[in-house]
Structures are given as structure tokens and as C-alpha cells.
Design a protein around this ligand. Structure first.
Ligand code: SAM
Length: 209
């Protein structure tokens, strides 16, 4: 029996594997997306021909690195986080992989960073968004990202199953409430086409109409 589909599908080079191993030594290592999901994001970027990508939640840079590599020549990834420490690791990996020149890291609270981006570039300036920061603010990140995304662009939200806690009414912490609220909004939201994939911890795709 096959132990894992990864042995037939995962393409992880030494830079990515090294970053994953380095991150695995951190207490917060669970925050990194699965390599299979990162590979999927890269595929989506290529399929949608995205040139300007926004990521909310950089951590140590694994997802950013995969997405940056998928960009066409002249493409850019804007990624934001509040942690100087984790993003220092990210910068090192991007340098090592030769993609640092196409990544614009913005340090600070994501709500403020996205407001700043909207002022700076106006609406519809982004082709693709990956939302993966603190879950309590997912509803705000979704609204801000939708404004920043061009019609036809794609928004990807991570952890939308939140280990099943979204369906358990007994769970009422801020993160669970944030994911639950954004899921309800998405379901009713006629501004987007929608699909929730039960991969990893739940990955929701929303295409702006
Ligand atoms: C789940 S991790 C991101 C994982 C990353 N996408 C990856 O796959 O390696 C969430 C990140 O969101 C950041 N974060 C938490 N609250 C934030 C906020 N208010 N503004 C910006 N970033 C925030 C954390 O510092 C953390 O690095």
C-alpha cells in the first residue's frame, strides 16, 4: 500500500527542504503550510498567470518561496507579517533560492499593510491573494483582499476547516469565530465564485467576479 501520495507528487528541492527542516526546529513550526499545499499554490499561480501576488502571513517564507518561483519574469510577490524574527529566516531562504528580488516584504500589522497597499496602488491591483495570517482577522483580510484583487483574480484562504473546530458550536475562541464568519460570508457572497477543498486544513478558493 502507498504510504503517502507525496512520494509520487511532491517536488521539493534542497532549498525548500532545508527551510522546512530549519522551521521544524521552531516551537511554532505547525504554522508552515504543507509542502504539497505550497506546490499547489505554485500551480494555481501558473494556471491563473498571476503576475502580482499578495500573501498575508509570511512566517519563515516557505509558501512565499514556492509562489515567488511560480511568477513569470517581471512578476512580484508582496508578503506581510508582524514578525521580524521569522521573516529574517524567510529572507535568507529567498536569497539562497535567488528570488529575493521579486519579493516585497512588508513588516507590520496586516490590516494596516493592506490599507496602505490600497492607498498606494488603488483597487484591483493584485491577481492572486493567499490569506494565511491570524485567523481572528480573516473577515477583514478577506474584504481588504477582495478590494485589492482584480475581477477574475483568485483569493486562496488557508485553514478554512480549522481542524473541524468551525463546525463545533462549543468552540468560541476568536480565531475559530474569525474562520467561521469568513466561511459564512463566502458562502453567501455573490461577488465571488467559490470552492472549498478538503486538502490540508481546508483551502478555500474564491474567484472575484
Ligand atoms: C500560519 S503563519 C503563515 C505561514 C506561511 N504562509 C507559511 O506557509 O510558511 C501566520 C503568520 O501570520 C503572522 N501574523 C499574525 N498576526 C498578524 C498580523 N496581525 N499581521 C500580520 N501578520 C500576522 C504570524 O507572525 C505568522 O508568521
Amino acid at each position: 500500500m502507498c504510504r503517502s501520495g507525496s512520494e509520487f507528487s511532491l517536488r521539493e528541492d534542497p532549498v525548500l527542504a532545508g527551510l522546512r527542516e530549519e522551521t521544524a526546529a521552531l516551537p511554532d513550526r505547525i504554522m508552515q503550510i504543507l509542502p504539497e499545499e505550497a506546490q499547489f499554490l505554485a500551480l494555481l499561480i501558473r494556471l491563473t498567470r498571476a503576475r502580482t501576488v499578495l500573501e498575508i502571513g509570511t512566517f519563515t517564507g516557505y509558501s512565499s518561496l514556492c509562489m515567488a518561483r511560480a511568477l513569470p519574469a517581471g512578476g512580484e510577490l508582496i508578503t506581510c507579517d508582524i514578525s521580524e524574527e521569522w521573516t529574517t529566516m524567510a529572507r535568507q531562504a529567498w536569497q539562497q533560492a535567488g528570488v529575493a528580488d521579486r519579493i516585497d516584504l512588508r513588516l507590520g500589522d496586516a490590516v494596516e499593510t493592506l490599507d496602505g497597499l490600497l492607498l498606494e496602488r488603488g483597487p484591483d491591483c493584485v491577481d492572486f491573494v493567499f490569506i494565511d495570517a491570524d485567523k481572528a482577522h480573516y473577515p477583514e483580510y478577506y474584504e481588504q483582499s477582495l478590494a485589492l484583487t482584480r475581477p477574475g483574480g483568485l483569493l486562496v484562504l488557508d485553514n478554512t476547516l480549522w481542524s473541524g473546530r468551525v463546525t463545533d458550536p462549543a468552540v468560541q475562541d476568536a480565531d475559530t469565530l474569525g474562520v467561521r464568519k469568513v466561511n459564512r460570508t463566502l458562502l453567501e457572497d455573490q461577488r465571488v465564485d467559490l470552492s472549498m477543498l478538503p486538502m490540508a486544513d481546508g483551502v478555500t478558493l474564491a474567484r472575484k467576479r
